[in-house]
Design a protein around this ligand. Structure first.
Ligand code: HEM
Length: 492
């Protein structure tokens, strides 16, 4: 009995001390409206359950918070997050809070200090180094790769034309992987024909363990996670992926050094260079580990996101045949019967298709949540947020807000992105690529690749789909039943 009393007394004392050291935080928290919290647990119970339940809960909680105030709060265990759907406040957060939230640390085991997860001081330096290699004129060199891989995809889909409904996402992912690998490291992986290499299997496995850990609070402390078989599985698979990229980096470094030794002019604009070659030849003094971390981050951030948007766009166009007809007619006018792969000039003319892609990213925001942390006091419309507080920006809910998008916010209408409508909206009402200095560095690459792949498919096939009802969150946004479509060959 004495032992129990002592333990109880000890815990109470620690709790009181803990609360005392965070007095300022609790005072700030008390000034914010909230809903749906429980004593001690805060909002943690909303984040339990499988990926489908979790998304429903997040949506419901966020919609309630959106109703009750401009800047609101949630508590997940001992961590306080402010939540806002007011575009002015979102802009301030995304422009000023550049440190990623604690939850990104699970990706850090894999991606190290790659751009996506790097701590802010290192990120500033490396973002400056990487920006030039994502410049439009460099990215546009890869348009040929988009065309080549798009043609392979069209060929692979031939067997599906005239057949049953199928999940198109697996086809699109392989195609995007081939594109991203070739652009990032100059490696022709041919995932479209050989999807199950040990490297690809290891990547999938790491992704699924990280996603599971992110939303299972009891798996988050390293001390508990390391006791599970998942920890060993993760370590082995991370090693496989690191070894793969390390070998590519070494090979590339040797090649670049050899060519520099032979006085090859790396600034000639004749031959296309992959991103890794550009990083090596620009003498940026990144060591092999840093190069691996950046290349891994780019291939991971750039693949699933683009593949998902393309798959959702096909599903939506399959449901809205009139919109598909508009896009198809636009493509017919651009290509005028020619079978050539899309050029830069062609891609620039695809205005209708671009609006479809944007409306797809609004309705199916593949990066549904962005987590940041204040590094200093930040003044928002209704409060001043102290240093060290989490900031949850939830584009998935923002993009369907009736206050911003009107009563038909849930309906598919690409005309929302006509220039005259965009001009009337706040720039932070639509943030699929985030916003501010830490936005998506690959957005131009992504947009061109998505347009090229969609154009290749839609020129060859008519898409039919029943859409999807239920979604789930596994870091990104997925449909529970897959991206089901059927295809009919177009005969012109
Ligand atoms: C439809 C396609 C894409 C979407 C929706 C998307 C979305 C995003 C978002 C929302 C972020 C910020 C995430 C955060 O702050 O938590 C981000 C960052 C990033 N994205 Fe993308 N992305 C796409 C395509 C790409 C592509 C094609 C690449 C590379 C080829 C890429 C590379 C990156 C990198 C490296 C970052 C980290 C940037 C930094 O922290 O400075 N993304 N992306």
């Amino acid at each position: 009995m004495l032992i129990i009393l002592s333990v109880f007394f000890g815990i109470s004392l620690y709790y009181m001390y803990f609360r005392h050291t965070r007095k300022q935080l609790y005072a700030f928290s008390d000034s914010l409206p909230s809903a749906g919290s429980l004593p001690v647990l805060g909002h943690s119970h909303w984040f339990l359950g499988g990926p489908e339940r979790l998304l429903k809960n997040i949506k419901q909680l966020c919609e309630t918070l959106h109703e009750i105030g401009d800047v609101t709060k949630i508590w997940i265990g001992p961590s306080l997050y402010i939540v806002t759907f007011k575009p002015d406040d979102i802009q301030i957060i995304l422009e000023n809070c550049l440190e990623k939230d604690y939850s990104y640390k699970f990706l850090q085991t894999w991606l190290g200090n790659g751009l996506f997860v790097a701590p802010v001081e290192l990120w500033k330096m490396h973002r400056r180094l990487l920006l030039p290699i994502f410049h439009n004129h460099i990215i546009e060199d890869y348009i040929d790769v988009f065309g080549e891989q798009g043609a392979i995809l069209v060929e692979r889909l031939r067997d599906r034309a005239g057949g049953q409904e199928f999940d198109v996402h697996t086809y699109i992912t392989s195609c995007m992987l081939d594109i991203v690998f070739e652009a990032a490291m100059g490696e022709k992986m041919d995932v479209q024909h050989t999807p199950d290499t040990p490297y690809m299997c290891a990547r999938k496995s790491v992704m699924s363990v990280i996603s599971m850990r992110l939303f299972k609070p009891w798996m988050q402390p390293d001390i508990l996670f390391n006791l599970t078989p998942c920890s060993k599985q993760q370590r082995i698979n991370i090693d496989i992926t690191h070894k793969f990229t390390d070998e590519v980096v070494t090979k590339k470094r040797n090649k670049v050094e050899e060519q520099i030794g032979m006085s090859v002019d790396w600034n000639d604009n004749q031959t296309r260079k992959d991103l890794l070659e550009l990083l090596l030849s620009n003498k940026l003094n990144l060591n092999d580990k840093e190069l691996r971390e950046h290349i891994d981050s780019i291939t991971i951030a750039g693949n699933d996101t683009t593949a998902l948007v393309v798959s959702y766009a096909l599903m939506l166009l399959g449901c809205y045949q009139d919109e598909q007809d508009k896009v198809y007619n636009e493509l017919k006018n651009i290509f005028d019967g020619s079978l050539r792969a899309p050029t830069k000039a062609d891609l620039c003319k695809m205005e209708n298709l671009e609006r479809v892609i944007k409306e797809t990213m609004r309705l199916y925001t593949v990066v549904p949540i962005i987590g940041r942390k204040t590094q200093k006091e930040v003044k928002l419309s209704t409060c001043t947020v102290p240093k060290g507080v989490g900031c949850a920006v939830v584009p998935f809910v923002l993009h369907r807000s009736k206050k911003i998008w009107g009563p038909d916010a849930d309906c598919f209408n690409p005309d929302r992105f006509l220039p005259e409508h965009c001009a009337k909206r706040h720039p932070c009402s639509f943030i699929p690529f985030s916003y501010g200095p830490r936005n998506c560095i690959g957005r131009h690459f992504g947009m061109l690749a998505m347009k090229s792949i969609l154009a290749s498919i839609l020129r060859n096939y008519k898409v039919i789909s029943r859409g999807c009802d239920t979604l789930k969150i596994e870091i990104l946004l997925f449909p529970v039943a897959g991206h089901l479509i059927s295809l009919q060959k177009r005969i012109e």
